[in-house]
Write a protein that binds this ligand. Structure first.
Ligand SMILES: C[S@@+](CC[C@H](N)C(=O)[O-])C[C@H]1O[C@@H](n2cnc3c(N)ncnc32)[C@H](O)[C@@H]1O
Length: 166
């Protein structure tokens, strides 16, 4: 059944608690603005200790444990967009269009997933319907959360033909 974007539930699934105050403030601001347009929920799953000198195997284990926690938050009818450096690069207009299309085709649950300091497990990447990249650069996962929430807000403004800074 066709749905409007305002009927869509957007969930951001993140690994670890947000620590920096300036990021918290920015995310709260965009979440508040977004709430005028959609239901938005932010979920934080526990992170694993990830010391600098971990072996490949330990890193894999961290990803897998965090991945299981992420997967436990996803229902089978959720459309999942994983944030991944090697994913597709979309313009803001393309993200707006994709969200609009998902609403049009009755997808009312959309989850964006951001990995922890060592990234997302293969199981999460395989579960995802799309992999989205913001650039070839690696951003801290907490900063990506702020960039993502701003881009989702921008997408809603674009879809509503409302003015926003270019
Ligand atoms: C510190 S990065 C992890 C780096 C890890 N080596 C990897 O390759 O995924 C943490 C998370 O932030 C997100 N992220 C970081 N940079 C990104 C980018 N340029 N585009 C999309 N997501 C990004 C991804 O979800 C990633 O799992």
């Amino acid at each position: 059944m066709r749905k409007g974007l305002d009927e869509v539930n957007i969930t951001l699934i993140n690994v670890g608690k947000l620590k920096e105050k300036y990021l918290k403030q920015g995310i709260e601001e965009y979440t508040k603005r977004l709430n005028a347009y959609a239901n938005i929920q932010i979920i934080e799953v526990a992170d694993e200790k990830a010391p600098e000198n971990m072996s490949e195997l330990e890193m894999l284990q961290v990803k897998e444990k965090e991945g299981e926690r992420i997967l436990s938050k996803l229902s089978t009818d959720t459309y999942v967009i994983a944030l991944a450096i090697k994913g597709k690069k979309w313009s803001s207009e393309r993200l707006a269009k994709e969200l609009d299309n998902l609403a049009t085709y009755g997808k009312s649950k959309i989850a964006f997933v951001i990995g922890g300091s060592v990234g997302l497990s293969d199981a999460v990447l395989q579960r995802a319907d799309e992999h989205l990249s913001f650039s070839d650069m690696t951003f801290p996962h907490q900063l990506i959360r702020l960039i993502l929430v701003e881009q989702i807000y921008r997408a809603f403004r674009i879809n509503r033909n409302e003015p926003y800074h270019k």
